[in-house]
Write a protein that binds this ligand. Structure first.
Ligand SMILES: N[C@@H](CCC(=O)N[C@@H](CS)C(=O)NCC(=O)O)C(=O)O
Length: 403
């Protein structure tokens, strides 16, 4: 619009100087000045002059004379062909530019700013960066430019639609059986999701998400992230946004499975924990992340409170983690316990009769940890159960990296 104003002013000045040339033969003023000195719009100096006469009739007479002179001038100029044509050209230019401006403003915002209007197939992401370029270099919207306000919402929305909705994210430690509960459920339900492995010494990330260091954390990208493995599984399993609901039956009241788990707890910890930190699991890639785990997870028979207190130095904690003198005994103990588990497994697909349930989500996740222990012998039914759900749940076991 600024360009338009400048053009119009220029045209009017040209017209004014042309008119001055013609009108100047009878008067030194141009036609604009003459129109301004008409009785309708008078310069302040003339008003002051006329008031100075103190004669209230005098201005009336002067006005009448001026009016007649102005009418003469108007009549003269309205018939002046040069002035008329210049004014006409200005008017036509003005109308043309106004029309052009309106036409451009009404074009769809998908036309890129510098494409000359021919770049409709330009990728949306490029348009977005172009938009920011416009923002950075100029807040001005000139000929052929689209305002950044017009471009921004539409291009961002298009880019999001192209990428599709964000996948839900599970923040986990690979070794964590509670995290495996959620991952197994997602896998069995075929829910596309992102798995984010947190470093074991990273307090900031889980704290930023839910206010404390814990895993798993579920973030669907829509509502607030939250923890608690079984809550995650239950919520997702009853939400039709994630496909068919009711994949898992509720926890059974089986006491035999619970009793078995309790009976192996100490052996399980002694065998799995030292191996986790010697592995290349993603949460343990730095010395600090491994030490954090060792500091926080006692080696039985030590109690957790004692382990974390000043009663132990880090050297002592690491010494107990590295002590393999009891491994053979521990492995034998666990092999015996695995035999006890064999009759408790209903089928390769589920531990409890009736189909998949939260019993599987819990038991399979704990058994997976044991596959990191070299030398364990999984009886056939336990082995089949492990392998079947690993495949169906798309979750790898540790056999290949057992130590
Ligand atoms: N009840 C929680 C327990 C989760 C839990 O204890 N996770 C462990 C990892 S296996 C944890 O994050 N502990 C804190 C830490 O490692 O600092 C659940 O079922 O999700």
């Amino acid at each position: 619009m600024a360009q338009l104003a400048v053009l119009m002013a220029g045209l009017l000045l040209v017209a004014e100087s042309q008119a001055s040339d013609v009108a100047g033969r009878s008067t030194p003023q141009g036609f604009m000045s003459k129109y301004m000195s008409s009785p309708i719009v008078r310069p302040a100096s003339q008003v002051q002059d006329s008031m100075a006469f103190k004669d209230f009739d005098t201005p009336k007479i002067a006005d009448r004379e001026e009016e007649q002179a102005a009418q003469k001038l108007l009549a003269n100029h309205s018939t002046d062909p040069i002035s008329l044509s210049i004014f006409g050209i200005g008017l036509v230019s003005f109308v043309t530019m106004l029309g052009l401006t309106l036409w451009r403003a009404l074009q769809p915002a998908t036309i890129p700013t510098n494409s000359g209007g021919l770049g409709l197939d330009m990728p949306m992401m490029e348009m977005k960066s172009q938009d920011s370029h416009v923002n950075v270099n100029s807040g001005r919207v000139g000929w052929g430019q689209l305002s950044s306000q017009n471009l921004h919402p539409r291009t961002v929305m298009s880019a999001e639609l192209k990428a599709g909705p964000a996948r839900p994210t599970l923040y986990v430690y690979d070794h964590c059986p509670f995290c495996v509960r959620a991952r197994l459920a997602f896998g069995l339900k075929g829910i596309k999701h992102d798995v984010r492995f947190m470093a074991n010494d990273d307090v900031d990330l889980p704290t930023a998400l839910i206010g404390k260091k814990i895993a798993p954390i579920f973030d669907d990208g829509k509502s607030a992230p939250y923890a608690e493995s079984l809550d995650i599984v239950r919520n997702v399993d009853k939400d039709s946004a994630y496909g068919p609901t009711g994949t898992f039956r509720e926890l059974s009241d089986r006491t035999d499975l619970k009793a078995w788990q309790k009976s192996v707890q100490a052996t399980y910890r002694c065998l799995s924990r030292p191996r986790y930190v010697k592995s290349y699991l993603p949460e343990f890639v730095t010395e600090s992340s491994r030490s954090t785990f060792v500091k926080n997870h006692q080696m039985p028979p030590a109690e957790k409170a004692d382990w974390k207190s000043d009663k132990y130095t880090m050297e002592q904690r690491w010494a107990l983690y590295n002590d393999q003198s009891k491994d053979a005994e521990l492995i034998a103990e666990m092999n015996s316990k695995l035999k006890d588990l064999e009759p408790l497994i209903h089928s390769p697909d589920c531990c409890t009769e009736g189909g998949l349930s939260l019993d599987d989500i819990d038991l399979w996740s704990r058994l997976r940890s044991l596959t990191i222990v070299k030398g364990l012998e999984f009886p056939p039914k336990v082995r089949a159960y492990l392998d079947t759900l690993a495949t169906k749940g798309d979750l790898p076991l540790y056999d290949a990296i057992a130590l």
